[in-house]
Design a protein around this ligand. Structure first.
Ligand SMILES: [Mg+2]
Length: 308
């Protein structure tokens, strides 16, 4: 039934947020290209819908990428939930120190990288397990392993809150390793190419934190969509209203506990576009210009409690 009133319960008029994994999702797993997603990115931008990267990449890697993708108005989550970057419209005067020269306030949601590295070497010795962390790889090895160009590989090594590693043991030994890390308050998460060791945070906790922040600043509950292709995306796919599992270039199982789930037929950015179109391209769920209302709201005049 068509409605003319701007009820916050009307899903076509609620502000919307898109949370997206990058590698293998918005970006092609091999070429890092995103051309098939461009029409939807432009459409979401025109409607004032933030597209928020939620990735295992570092802050240093994301900064040039979000410029290239045209996502500089949106926040981002780096290192699997360990780091959040907030543009002025998403930061809170009472809670964040003034933004840096890039206009971003940075929040660490996890633990310091120094602690993670120290504990990794302790557990390697104690359990006698073999793995290679990203910080132990030469630049050349990293380029070979990831297919990144050298300048990008350099940025990938600038970690702030998580350490990727290549596991060089049988999978059966992972459980003991994981238990050891957990006793230190650390988590082991599988990404596309690496295992990632982080503090007690993940993509899901970081996305929930950002949704709460949005509600506190704008005073309305957004309709949320998340897209990802890997096991490290599961937590994120479970805390949103609608989710897309993008067909992966791997055989890892990605089965989030989510009733509003769509699985794309194609991989990478084409699957990304397919997933957004599935949820928001249909007549009954289409984006409306009313979504743009969110752009007009005063971010400093937020209502309610602001999550720290
Ligand atoms: Mg991925």
């Amino acid at each position: 039934m068509p409605s003319t009133s701007a009820s916050p319960r009307d899903p076509t008029l609620r502000p919307r947020l898109v949370f997206t994994d990058l590698d293998g999702s918005l970006l092609d797993h091999h070429s890092y290209d995103w051309a098939p997603a461009k029409p939807w990115l432009a459409r979401l931008k025109a409607q004032g819908v933030p597209v928020i990267p939620v990735t295992s990449k570092t802050r240093s890697e994301i900064l040039p990428l979000r410029r290239a993708l045209g996502l500089t108005d949106a926040p981002f989550i780096a290192e699997n939930g360990a780091v959040a970057g907030l543009p002025l419209s998403w930061s809170h005067a009472r809670l964040e120190r003034g933004p840096g020269s890039d206009g971003l306030a940075i929040r660490t949601l996890g633990v310091d990288i120094g602690f993670i590295r120290k504990r990794l070497s302790v557990w390697r010795e104690r359990l006698g397990v073999r793995f290679t962390t990203m910080s132990e790889m030469s630049l050349e090895e990293l380029v070979d392993f990831t297919g990144l160009a050298e300048p990008e590989a350099r940025l990938a090594r600038m970690r702030e809150g998580s350490e990727p590693l290549i596991w060089e043991e049988v999978d059966e030994r992972l459980a003991t390793f994981r238990e050891g890390l957990e006793s230190d308050g650390l988590r082991l998460v599988r990404g596309g190419r690496f295992w990632h060791v982080t503090g007690d945070c993940h993509k899901g906790s970081a996305v929930s934190w950002l949704i709460e922040r949005f509600q506190a600043l704008r005073g309305s509950r957004p309709l949320t969509l998340a897209l990802g292709d890997g096991p490290n995306d599961i937590a994120m796919l479970e805390v949103v209203d609608q989710a897309v599992v993008i067909r992966g270039c791997h055989d890892l199982e990605v089965s989030p506990d989510q009733v509003s789930l769509y699985r794309s037929v194609v991989t990478g950015p084409a699957g990304w576009a397919e997933g957004v179109a599935y949820w928001w391209g249909r007549a009954d769920r289409r984006l409306r210009s009313a979504d743009a209302v969110v752009r007009q709201s005063d971010h400093r005049g937020g209502q309610g409690r602001v999550p720290a």
